[in-house]
Ligand binder design. Sequence first.
Ligand code: HEC
Ligand code: HEC
Ligand code: HEC
Ligand code: HEC
Length: 497
Amino acid sequence: MKKYKILLAISLIAIGLMSVLVASINEKKDEQKQINSVPQMEKRWETKNEEFRKYYPRQFDSWKQTKNSDDIHDMLKEYPELVVLWAGYGFSKDYNAPRGHFYAIEDNRNTLRTGAPVDEKTGPMPTACWTCKSPDVPRLMDEQGEEEYFTGKWAKYGSEVINPIGCMDCHNPKTMELQVNRKYLDRALATEGTLKMEDATQQDMRTLVCAQCHVEYYFDKRKTASGKKAAVVTLPWKNGFTVDDMEKYYDEIEFSDWTHKISKTPMLKAQHPGYEMWKTGAHGRNNVSCADCHMPYTQEGGIKYTDHNIGNPLENMSKTCMNCHRVSEKELLANINEKRERKNELHKKAMVQISAAHLEAGKAWEVGATKEEMAPVLKDIRHAQWRWDYAVASHPAFFHAPEETLRVLATAIDKAGQARIKLAKILAKHGAVDYKAPEYKTKEEAQKIIGLPFKKLVEDKERFNKNLVPQWKKEAEKKGLYNPESTKGIEDKTSYN
Ligand code: HEC
Ligand code: HEC
Ligand code: HEC
Ligand code: HEC
């Protein structure tokens, strides 16, 4: 009798445990179903990222971790040469390394480059400067038409573009499938011709969603059908994806982003051709997508989902690199550091050469060099800086495409050298054979050489931050576009405060 009682008790316990297990499996099945389901949002374009949390908690919570990458790294302080290279252009005022997607809006408002508008019609930048910062951009393009979106000043959308890079940048608002929501990418791919958007596979999409923003682009200035001035984000891919193809394209259309303040060169600013550089590397050639390394699949207690904390894959090597590579993490890291050092060596040499070329060209003008004499010099400087910038602005191409990065930097150094040989002759001819470009060691010294009123820029910015920004936030809240809770407690970190 006693035996039976014990058996019964054991069976009951087992049954109890089983049902807990079954319940937990069912719960997980429900959650997995939810992950793969489509929510019915009230609005066609819900751009408040936090609204997605109740449907997709794991994707939202991991997305929100991009908030942890919050260090400000002042690149001008690290490399004062940058100030001289960008003299006369916004980047000489303020330039930080990228940080988490969560900060895209704050950083865009805070950078000295976007200036200090006092109303919607003032400020140095066009609306196009919002384009890669927010899901509110595809929403506006959809509501107002793409052409209208690209008209007016940056400040026009201060109370409209308010949520940082999020769900509606990469997903279809109805089905949540991956989708590119910026048509200029479709058009550029069609013009280039190798891969059309309509032929893109799911694996291609895992890269193309990033290529909406991590690409080279320029602002094409044109009139809209209704006669308004527009600055339209355009990708220069007509001749192909390489640095040489794009250089040729820009030369053909005689485009320049600005005229260099010291050397008077018609300059090109490389943006961040991450997609194009990736294509030339071992991973791009094998179609290892951006998401394969930056958004790995994650298993958590039987649930499989995509990690949306887009950051440095080296912090998560077991889920990324180690899926494909058999060498140890330590070996891979050593290999990457070696690549980084090789790049840094040429990167620094290129900056020093190009900076000297600008200053020597400035001197040449001063002592009476003619336009004809200077034309070939300016062409060399234009190409040298474009190439150097291309190799380092496509962060971090030294890893995504190591050989191409070194090739592009080597050609930059070569072209800067050519410019300086020509300049030596010109300076000698005009009696300045002994000229030595001034030396500088810090960001402040470099900004003084180019005559940049840094203090005033900061004061103006602080006024803008005190006056216009709170107004923008309030209006956005009234329109139902912004939830102040979503940015509560965030410190406004900048390079200047
Ligand atoms: C920068 C682009 C990007 C952003 C921003 C983004 N996603 Fe994704 N999302 C992806 C990619 C890439 C995948 C993987 C798709 C695939 O290959 O199946 C994905 C997959 C998903 C899936 C499918 C299930 C899974 O986990 O694989 C859901 C649901 C999802 N995302 C929700 C969201 C939500 C909610 C947000 C906003 C909080 C968001 N995503 C923001 C790119 C993005
Ligand atoms: C809507 C435009 C946009 C899209 C889409 C986008 N990015 Fe970004 N990305 C940015 C901007 C802007 C920054 C810099 C943000 C800052 O510094 O405030 C950035 C920063 C980053 C960083 C640096 C993060 C850090 O913590 O340092 C990585 C890595 C990155 N992006 C990878 C990707 C990948 C991979 C994809 C596709 C899955 C992607 N991005 C899609 C615009 C975009
Ligand atoms: C094979 C893996 C891999 C692939 C594929 C990949 N990346 Fe990366 N990415 C990395 C690693 C590793 C780093 C960090 C390198 C370092 O330590 O600086 C990184 C860094 C970055 C950064 C951060 C730069 C910074 O300074 O904070 C950006 C932006 C970025 N990748 C974008 C992309 C985009 C866009 C694609 C697709 C076109 C892509 N990556 C494809 C591995 C990859
Ligand atoms: C989806 C698979 C996949 C992932 C994930 C992946 N790789 Fe690779 N990796 C490849 C392939 C394929 C090649 C090319 C191999 C060949 O050509 O023989 C490659 C080549 C390389 C090379 C040699 C080529 C070069 O560019 O120097 C290095 C180094 C490398 N990977 C490092 C990494 C690191 C670090 C990570 C993680 C951040 C990573 N890989 C993630 C598939 C992957």
